[in-house]
Design a protein around this ligand. Structure first.
Ligand code: ATP
Length: 233
């Protein structure tokens, strides 16, 4: 569904991604784990089209989207829920969801909103409330639900558990598994490597702008180097 070959990117003259190769197949949860500053957020920003790629290719559903802008990628089914939630805190839950559906007509938006409420029941209860009043976990659910409103076939998630207490982080990651059940393919970037690998099919370990290891998530969890460097066990 999504394939990345030799992707390089940086900030000004400083290159921070030094040739990333990565593949996400339809129906998978794939995670990219790595330390703070490894380049995970930059990679997701390149994939969503908000940060320029200097070298390499990105293909999505068979099409070369390397130079496509973010709106083109969203229209083709590639959506991102960025790090730090970035919801509109002064708008209601329902208004935030409507903004995620800007591509579509009203009939479809109502059906999609119903689906979002089925997936995240707490958002139904809070639909008329100002998003800034939600808890951290609820705001994260809203950010993911808003990305879903564009009906993506592939969702890019940047650190959805960041800053959440363990029980809320678990709920958010459970929600990611629910999305997989709905047929959404997921690329999940996480510093919380253990939690991410526990729900993923496959994983990539990123170290200073390069992929250091990759494989089935269960193999990575069992790998002594990964356990020592990223899982603290
Ligand atoms: P984190 O989990 O902290 O977000 P990350 O793995 O996502 O880390 P990036 O945020 O992609 O890593 O950062 C990769 C490198 O790029 C780091 O060295 C960082 O300092 C640098 N970097 C990130 N954003 C910018 C920027 N706007 N300008 C210059 N350098 C940046």
């Amino acid at each position: 569904m999504l394939s990345v070959e030799g992707l390089r990117a940086g900030y000004g003259r400083i290159e921070v991604l030094h040739g990333i190769d990565l593949e996400v197949r339809s129906g998978e949860i794939v995670t990219v784990v790595g330390a703070n500053g490894a380049g995970k957020t930059t990679l997701l920003r390149c994939l969503s089209g908000v940060h320029p790629t200097t070298h390499g290719r990105v293909h999505f559903r068979g099409e070369d989207v390397t130079r496509a802008g973010p709106h083109v990628r969203v229209a083709r089914g590639l959506a991102q829920s960025p790090e730090g939630r970035q919801i509109f805190t002064n708008l209601t839950v329902e208004e935030n969801l409507r903004l995620g559906a800007y591509l579509f007509s009203d009939d479809r938006v109502a059906a999609d909103m119903e689906e979002a409420f089925r997936t995240f029941p707490v958002l139904r209860e809070k639909r008329a409330q100002i998003a800034g009043g939600l808890s951290g976990g609820q705001q994260q659910m809203l950010a993911i639900a808003r990305a879903l409103m564009s009906r993506p076939s592939c969702l890019l998630l940047d650190e959805p558990s960041l800053g959440l207490a363990p029980i809320l982080a678990r709920q958010v990651l459970d929600a990611v598994v629910t999305l997989k059940g709905l047929g959404v393919t997921i690329l999940l970037v996480e510093q919380n490597a253990f939690a991410a690998l526990s729900i993923a099919d496959r994983g990539y370990v990123m170290e200073t702008g390069r992929i250091a290891m990759s494989g089935p998530a269960s193999d990575l969890v069992a790998d002594a180097r990964v356990r020592e460097a990223y899982l603290g066990i």
